[in-house]
Structures are given as structure tokens and as C-alpha cells.
Design a protein around this ligand. Structure first.
Ligand SMILES: C[S@@+](CC[C@H](N)C(=O)[O-])C[C@H]1O[C@@H](n2cnc3c(N)ncnc32)[C@H](O)[C@@H]1O
Length: 224
């Protein structure tokens, strides 16, 4: 894609994208991800908001969809057409088995900036943007804004942490994650143009001792 393309989203194309090890880690983690993160009440609540605010049959992107559980299944069961995208072939295979009624595509979310998937009524981005280095996150949010129809919805979640591209041990692998404290996250999404129509910040204790407890941030966002 040319850097002069009108879908360049303010220089996203000029960022160096380093994904080394991220897909391999999730390929290795596979089903252990869902075992380590059971009882996703916060995520289910945010998914229910997205599913109920949009009319049945809406087109929804599940960004960094992982195994498709619980979100792609929840939204498909609610009667929506779900397109899941993930960088990890192993996670996508699980997603296709778990949610045969959804469509799943292998790819890096940054590739979507060329508009290849068209427009969506809603987007779920649960714990997906935290996989990016911080300088990339505002670009990714602008891209998601551009992929939504006017009035479209984004259900976003992150882990609350003041870190940038920070390597952490995760279920026997190393992944790199970024995050914000909640005030800064609100500021970043507002600067993108999103309106915040709801939020929650549940404490979450994973089932695995390999992953520390975390505060999760869920924001219900609307494209103006
Ligand atoms: C922490 S998991 C979250 C999975 C799912 N959204 C959930 O909440 O259960 C992050 C997912 O994002 C995927 N991922 C990481 N970097 C990505 C990228 N650049 N583009 C697309 N997917 C990516 C990983 O393979 C992994 O499945």
C-alpha cells in the first residue's frame, strides 16, 4: 500500500510493525488461553451491549478474535454476521471449529487499513490493541473509526497498565503488551473521535498462576 493512499490513516503506513513472536506465542498457547481465562463476565457484558444495541443481522468485526470464545459465538448467536480476524493460525483454527457460523480471516489488523473488509456496524476489540506497541494504538483506533459506519459501535477492552511494548511471560511463552491507565485510555479514544457511552473496570483473576491478576478496562464507544 502506498503511503500516499487516502486510507493511510495519518501515517499508520510509516510505522515499523514488529510482530515477531506474537503469532507463534498464540499458536503455542492455543486452547490453554480459554482455560486460563474462564468466567469472562466483563467481556460477556460488553459483548451483550454491542449485540443488543445493533439490529440483528448487523455486520460485526471481532478484531484479534482468538479462539472465537466467547465473543464471536455470542454475537453470532445473537443473529449478527461476524467477521473474525487474527494473526495466529492456531487461534483461527480453534475459532473456526468453535464458531462455524462466523467468517474468520488470517491477518494482521494493520493490513485492514486499506479498507479490504469494507464497513462494519460494530467492532469488538477485546484485549487485541494491547498486543500493539503504544505508538501504533492511536493509528489502530483511527483505522477502526474509519471502518465503522456513522453511529457504529466499538466495544473495546484493555488491561489497565502503564506499559509500552513490555515483554511478559504468558502461559509458558513471551508476549509483548502495551496499556494505559484509565484516564489516558479515555483521552486516547476521545482524541480519535469516539464518544464514550459506558465503561467498567472489573478486577480479574485468571485461573492460571502463570498470569497475574489484572484490572480490565471496558469502554463502550460510538462513532459520532
Ligand atoms: C489476548 S488475545 C485476545 C483474544 C480474544 N479477543 C479474547 O478476548 O478472548 C489477543 C489475540 O490477538 C491476536 N493478535 C495479536 N496481534 C495481532 C495483530 N497484529 N493482528 C491481529 N491479531 C493479533 C493474538 O493472536 C490473540 O489471538
Amino acid at each position: 500500500m502506498s503511503g500516499d493512499d487516502e486510507r493511510d490513516y495519518d501515517g499508520y503506513a510509516r510505522l515499523g510493525l514488529d510482530r515477531s513472536g506474537q503469532a507463534e506465542a498464540f499458536d503455542n498457547i492455543g486452547v490453554r488461553y480459554d482455560d486460563a481465562f474462564p468466567h469472562k463476565e466483563g467481556q460477556l457484558e460488553a459483548g451483550a451491549w454491542l449485540g443488543a444495541e445493533l439490529p440483528p443481522g448487523s455486520r460485526i468485526l471481532d478484531l484479534g478474535c482468538g479462539t472465537g470464545l466467547p465473543t464471536a459465538r455470542q454475537l453470532t448467536d445473537a443473529g449478527h454476521h461476524v467477521v473474525g480476524v487474527d494473526l495466529s493460525p492456531g487461534m483461527l483454527k480453534l475459532a473456526r471449529d468453535n464458531v462455524p457460523g462466523a467468517e474468520f480471516l488470517l491477518g494482521d489488523m494493520a493490513e485492514l487499513r486499506d479498507g479490504r473488509l469494507g464497513t462494519f456496524d460494530g467492532i469488538a476489540a477485546f484485549f487485541a490493541l494491547l498486543m500493539l506497541p503504544r505508538p501504533e494504538i492511536p493509528h489502530a483506533l483511527r483505522m477502526l473509526y474509519g471502518m465503522l459506519r456513522p453511529g457504529g459501535l466499538l466495544a473495546l477492552s484493555m488491561v489497565e497498565a502503564d506499559v509500552d511494548d513490555f515483554a511478559i511471560p504468558f502461559l509458558g511463552n513471551t508476549i509483548r503488551v502495551s496499556g494505559y491507565l484509565r484516564d489516558e485510555l479515555r483521552q486516547v479514544v476521545r482524541e480519535t473521535g469516539f464518544e464514550i457511552s459506558g465503561e467498567s473496570s472489573p478486577a480479574y483473576a485468571p485461573a492460571s498462576t502463570d498470569v497475574p491478576p489484572e484490572i480490565q478496562l471496558f469502554l463502550n464507544l460510538r462513532r459520532a
